[in-house]
Design a binder for this molecule. Structure first.
Ligand SMILES: Nc1ncnc2c1ncn2[C@@H]1O[C@H](COP(=O)(O)OP(=O)(O)OP(=O)(O)O)[C@@H](O)[C@H]1O
Ligand SMILES: [Mg+2]
Length: 465
């Protein structure tokens, strides 16, 4: 990435030359002193000493002149073209460098005469000699704002919104630099704010849609039971069953929404309790054993019974294991096998490998990366839940973990869900500085893996809490 090095821009060539000349003079004087001593002590004749001195002076001068030619002097092609000329320009250059947002200075002719590193990062200005603003900025609205401000047609700061891509919005604030007639353009990236606002409104739309569907079904059945099926008591049992299912779905959705908002609310409070990962995994699996039995699915737990201490919110990690295990049971066919393996590893990278990279030919994706700190040993724990379900198409993988995203919807599957389970898992794992990954083979099964730091004061392989 091209960056302007402020020292390149500001370093005046003369002071560098002076420093270099001083260095050469010092080296020359030392060399002369040695020659003089050799001549005085008779080690060297005067003729040889004078000849050696003359040769060394010529070498020094030749090197000095040669290297001076390569020192940074004002050249029309480098960033030096933006170097300040007067004290006012110098002040503007300093302000530009100090601004954390991308900022440009445009002169009366519409040329960019100054910019800071953030502006260079997005507009790639380094190495261009005073490019015309219209060669760099595509937005006609912003170019016209710069022109009008330079002509003094606009007093104060002009704010212009620029769409630089389908999902990218910037705000440009254009103002006149008093006394110079130049214009200052400061850019602010509105993309994250806009994305957050869109995500919020999508979330509300999805949540109300998901709630309305069972509600519509409920009121439909109530109306039928009051009207056409008023006397058809035989159908009532069937209707009541469906109504119970729909109301259960509604309460599950509300519970998931509350759970998500609770996790988001406590996201800034780091987990602080020392818990046993083994206990959490085994308890959660035990709680879901009846569901596995109902569907004749074999639940195979593979892992040492010894404690694996972690710093965690117990309920949250239980929720992670239950959500992943519920999915594995829900998306498996009856009579299949779900394998739950867990353990510890010497580093996050190893734990991530154990959790998410076990099948040789599979589609894999890390849905939440957790890298660990480079150079620091980071003992971790991992969990992998494998099923023999239908697998998940590759194109769905990047969107797993988005709220309300359901891959089976497009497969026309009959299995219901709200699409919040993995979003909850992802949030909780982020809260625990952990990771989440998925591995899948179409028609053969899926495996979801999580990993997170082990409690400090313990290395992989130690078995005490
Ligand atoms: N083990 C799995 N096998 C196949 N598909 C899966 C598996 N786990 C998740 N999926 C897919 O990922 C989607 C998202 O899962 P998620 O748990 O977030 O939602 P859900 O199970 O549909 O609903 P719920 O909010 O009740 O958990 C699912 O709809 C399903 O398409
Ligand atoms: Mg689920």
């Amino acid at each position: 990435m091209n960056r302007v090095d402020p020292s390149d821009v500001r370093l005046p060539g003369r002071s560098a030359l002076t420093r270099r000349a001083r260095d050469f003079v010092v080296v020359g004087l030392c060399f002369s002193a040695v020659l003089f001593l050799l001549a005085v002590t008779g080690e060297l004749g005067w003729i040889e000493a004078i000849t050696a001195f003359a040769v060394s002076v010529s070498v020094v001068v030749a090197y000095y002149v040669g290297s001076a030619a390569f020192l940074p002097v004002s050249s029309p092609s480098g960033p030096q073209s933006t170097s300040p000329e007067g004290p006012q320009d110098q002040a503007i250059a300093q302000v530009l460098q100090a601004l954390p947002l991308p900022a440009l200075e445009v002169d009366l002719e519409g040329r960019i005469t100054g910019f800071n590193p953030p502006a260079d990062m997005i507009l790639h200005l380094e190495g261009r000699y005073k490019p015309h603003a219209s060669a760099v900025i595509r937005s006609p609205a912003l170019l016209s704002a710069i022109e009008r401000t330079a002509k003094g047609e606009e007093a104060g700061i002009m704010s212009v919104e620029v769409n630089s891509g389908p999902d990218e919005t910037w705000r440009a604030n254009v103002s006149l630099l008093q006394g110079t007639g130049h214009t200052l353009v400061m850019l602010e990236d509105l993309t994250p704010v806009r994305r957050a606002a869109r995500a919020r409104s999508d979330f509300l739309a999805n949540a109300s849609h998901e709630l309305r569907t069972p509600l519509t079904a409920l009121s439909g059945f109530i109306e039928t039971m009051r009207g056409p099926a008023k006397d058809d008591k035989a159908s009532w049992d069937r209707f009541l069953d469906i109504m119970a299912g729909e109301s259960e779905r509604m309460s599950r959705l509300i519970a998931d929404l509350l759970s998500l908002s609770r996790i988001e609310f406590s996201e800034h409070i780091a987990p602080s309790e020392r818990e046993d990962f083994t206990r959490i995994v085994r308890d959660a699996a035990e709680a879901l054993q009846p569901i596995a039995d109902d569907r004749s699915i074999t639940l195979d737990i593979r892992g040492d019974a010894a404690a694996l201490p972690v710093i965690a919110h117990r309920d949250e990690v239980v929720q992670v294991v239950e959500n992943l295990l519920t999915n594995a049971l829900k998306y498996s066919s009856a009579g299949g096998r779900v394998t739950v393996s867990y353990g510890d590893a010497a580093s996050m990278a190893d734990a991530r490998g154990m959790a998410g990279q076990a099948w040789p030919e599979s589609d894999r994706m890390t849905l939440l990366p957790a890298g660990g700190r480079p150079g620091v040993p980071d003992p971790s724990v991992w969990l992998r839940i494998e099923d023999q379900g239908p697998g998940i198409e590759r194109e769905h993988l990047p969107r797993l973990g988005e709220r309300f995203y359901r891959a089976d919807q497009s497969r026309g599957g009959k299995i219901t869900g709200t699409g919040l389970g993995l979003a909850i898992v992802k949030h909780i794992m982020a809260h625990h500085r952990g990771g989440l990954s998925v591995e899948t083979r179409m028609g053969e099964g899926s495996a979801f893996g999580i990993w997170m730091p082990a409690a400090p004061g313990r290395t992989a392989g130690t078995k005490a809490v």
